[in-house]
Ligand binder design. Structure first.
Ligand code: APR
Length: 244
């Protein structure tokens, strides 16, 4: 840890995570050469326009992903577990802000968790906005338990062109943090990719990127650590906990 950076016992830590942290639990990333967007066009499956035009294709895409995520949920990896351990053992606040729609952070024990892009394990009615737990497949024939109408049930995930969830709570977390970690995200998608700039402009935090390779935003961070998340994240967490 550089000399210029000192953490107090009760410092607050904000952690942004992306698909890279779940890769070693068997889930695909989006923009790696073998990632989801190398096979499927974003505009065909991940926008409100796509859902309006091709609802069956969108449901099919998310049904497959939901099934995969259900299996992977049983398999949190050492990086997820290290972040849960950090939250349990650190005296200050540790908040995980995840772009991931899997539930591996909660399976691992993270409690102070913000799902800014929603979750696969919930559905929302487009007609009345009711949100409900959802484990199996979804289709246009499904009826909303709240408004009683068919055709509106959709994955409770944030599509391109939609506003991420919990932005007020995220902003407060970024402003209040002393250390900002960005783990397993390529820095392509805003507003998440801009969080490092937010903490540098209006917050006070030291910023560290932990990723397989330097992301698009790598140069903005105070420090970068590179390698598989299952190796570099537990190592970094151990260092943090030993530093006090
Ligand atoms: N350990 C650490 N990092 C990894 C690993 C690994 N084992 N494997 C891949 N990575 C890194 C990649 O190098 C890449 O920088 O994880 C990053 C994954 O980037 P993306 O696939 O772009 O995923 P993410 O940044 O989470 O995407 C953001 O885009 O499509 C949308 O809504 C989707 O939430 C997602 C958002």
């Amino acid at each position: 840890m550089p000399q210029s950076f000192t953490l107090e016992k009760n410092s607050n830590i904000a952690i942004l995570t992306g698909a890279g942290i779940s890769k070693e639990s068997g889930l695909e990333t989006f923009r790696d050469p073998d990632g989801i967007w190398s096979r499927v066009r974003i505009e065909d499956v991940a926008s409100p326009e796509a859902f309006a035009k091709y609802p069956d294709a969108v449901h099919n895409f998310y049904n497959l992903r939901r099934a995969r995520h259900r299996v992977a949920t049983a398999n949190p990896n050492p990086a997820h577990l290290a972040l849960a351990r950090l939250e349990a053992e650190w005296a200050g606040d540790v908040t995980v802000i995840t772009q991931n729609v899997d539930t591996l952070h909660e399976t691992s024990g993270s409690q102070n968790l913000i799902h800014m892009h929603g979750v696969h394990s919930k559905a929302r009615c487009n007609l009345c906005q009711h949100v409900v737990d959802w484990q199996g497949d979804m289709s246009t024939a499904d009826v909303c338990g709240a408004c009683g109408l068919p055709g509106g049930m959709r994955p409770h995930v944030v599509w391109f062109g939609e506003t991420p969830l919990h932005l007020d709570r995220i902003q407060a977390t970024l402003v209040e943090c002393d250390l900002f970690l960005s783990i397993g995200t390529s820095g392509n998608v805003y507003p998440a990719a801009g969080f490092v700039s937010v903490v540098q402009q209006i917050g006070r935090a030291y910023t560290v990127e932990l990723n397989l390779e330097p992301s698009l935003c790598a140069k903005i961070f105070d420090e970068g650590r590179y390698g598989p998340a299952t190796e570099i994240v537990p190592f970094y967490v151990d260092q943090l906990l030993e530093s006090l």
